[in-house]
Design a protein around this ligand. Sequence first.
Ligand code: SAM
Length: 247
Amino acid sequence: SDHSLIYPPTPEQMDWASLYPHYAVEEPIEQKTEATESEETTGQELSAPAIRKLTKNVEVADIGCGFGGLLIALAPVLPETLVLGLEIRVSVTQFVEDRIKALRVQNEEQKLYRNIAVLRANTMKFMPNFFNKGQLNKIFICFPDPHFKARKHKQRIVSTTLNSEYAYVLRPGGIVYTITDVPDLHEWMVGHFNAHPAFERVSEEEQEADPLVEIMRNETEEGKKVTRHNGQKHVALFRRLEDPQWP
Ligand code: SAM
């Protein structure tokens, strides 16, 4: 349950350095004068306690990343970008973590897979604890659980309330990518994003020109399963609009 999930009070208090160790830099914590004095008296350099910060922030999130196929496919395509998968299931998160660790070791020389990581989290809660306002430029929602029954619809990860959270963490111009094989869920997602004042649907032409769409169609584990069963894949992209300017 959520009781065992740990959330940072703010994004700054999150230990990002352990997720992306290759992007971490030591930042010495400001020292009081005693340290300087003892340095003078002993003539030795003291190693100051340091906090590890990242040289850049996460900009792409994969919500409900499952077994991590999309993350792994995106790693070499977005080599300058930090990509984070969020997954609620403990064993699945552990699997993805181990998978990324192994890939980093196997590709040490090419320095690949250092820009992707996974985090166990319930994305229906506390997204703003992990990401600052306008921090992300892409959010992927791939084959979310359909929760078919009407009384379960409130568990869907696209809703008016959650769309406001996605709008908060996305910068204007940022894109939400959605895909599902369930027509009813596709209609639901399109309906909720279209109705939200912070989003507009991306045209089909622009959608199909985006190389990440093809990756999303083919590289997630769920997407591969749908291909094997000759299922349909419904794609929709939504752009985060500028906030209205008040006169
Ligand atoms: N995106 C992956 C893919 O396309 O292969 C996985 C799709 S799977 C059908 C849906 C995933 O979302 C599951 O792994 C599930 O555990 C995860 N999930 C469901 N609700 C979630 C939540 N509130 N927060 C984080 N992950 C969630």
